[in-house]
Write a protein that binds this ligand. Structure first.
Ligand code: ZN
Length: 254
């Protein structure tokens, strides 16, 4: 059987942090969740989702299952330790300073952001859709990392696959809210003639505003909606589709 397809964060890997973004192939789920669906409670069989998660974690070398929270497009955070599990807590930011503890966010068009301070040993996984981006979720995540002892100059961030301006049309009200989320955001919205925001560019601006150096930020820059063979897309598939996982962990203690 095919191995789970995934993208590795080159930037985070270079600083010794394991960080991956799953693609859709290499799992056992059937259409419309084919095949590496990693999201529960969306119509797929629970046991298939568990098998897919186990396959992905085994292949990528993470220990155990990843911590996951109830995602609400907000700015709440959850500090994770111990054995990974699904939490009933609502959070769009997961943080850990414990070695070998994988944390993850689920996406199907929304932007997943994985971050690490390898010096002070803190990692974060952030779910940034348009609502989260409008609320500055990645800025809140950096603030929380700093509270736990991270330093801006050591934070590295990898922005994964998400729906891109080519496929992401929004109404004027949404565009206005996003424009107000950070200085310079108006340049990250293309009008053709309806507004098409670039969530990656907006989050990059927010990371810089939060003090993260530009050369510590990586954007994978792949549109989930444009590549049906590789990615689920909530918008393209009219809401009936699978979920990807973006997973990060500190290395195990020696
Ligand atoms: Zn596209």
């Amino acid at each position: 059987m095919a191995e789970p397809a995934l993208l590795r964060s080159r930037l985070l890997n270079t600083i010794g942090i394991r960080a991956i973004f799953s693609e859709r192939s290499g799992g056992i789920s059937l259409a419309p969740f084919n095949s590496l669906n990693l999201g529960h409670d969306i119509g797929d069989k629970s046991k298939n989702v568990e098998t897919n998660i186990a396959k992905l974690m085994k292949m990528t070398g993470f220990s155990g299952r990843p911590h996951q929270a109830m995602q609400m497009h907000g700015v709440e955070h959850l500090i994770c330790s111990g054995i990974g599990s699904p939490h009933s807590r609502q959070a769009d930011i997961l943080i850990s300073n414990e070695p070998g503890t994988p944390i993850a966010v689920r996406t199907a068009d929304c932007l997943p952001i994985l971050m690490a301070d390898p010096v002070n040993r803190i990692v974060a996984a952030v779910h940034a859709g348009w609502r989260g981006s409008a609320a500055g979720v990645v800025i809140r995540a950096v603030e929380q990392m700093l509270k736990m002892g991270a330093r801006e100059e050591h934070i590295h961030a990898s922005l994964g696959p998400s729906i891109s301006p080519c496929c992401f049309e929004v109404d004027n009200n949404t565009a206005r809210i996003l424009k107000e989320s950070v200085a310079g955001a108006e340049k990250a919205i293309v009008y053709s003639p309806e507004p098409h925001p670039d969530l990656t560019a907006i989050n990059l601006l927010q990371l810089k505003e939060a003090g993260v150096a530009e050369d510590h930020i990586e954007s994978l820059g792949i549109c989930t909606c444009c590549h049906p063979g590789r990615f689920y897309s909530y918008r393209r598939d009219h809401g009936t589709t699978g979920r990807h996982l973006a997973v990060v962990a500190l290395p195990e203690a020696l």
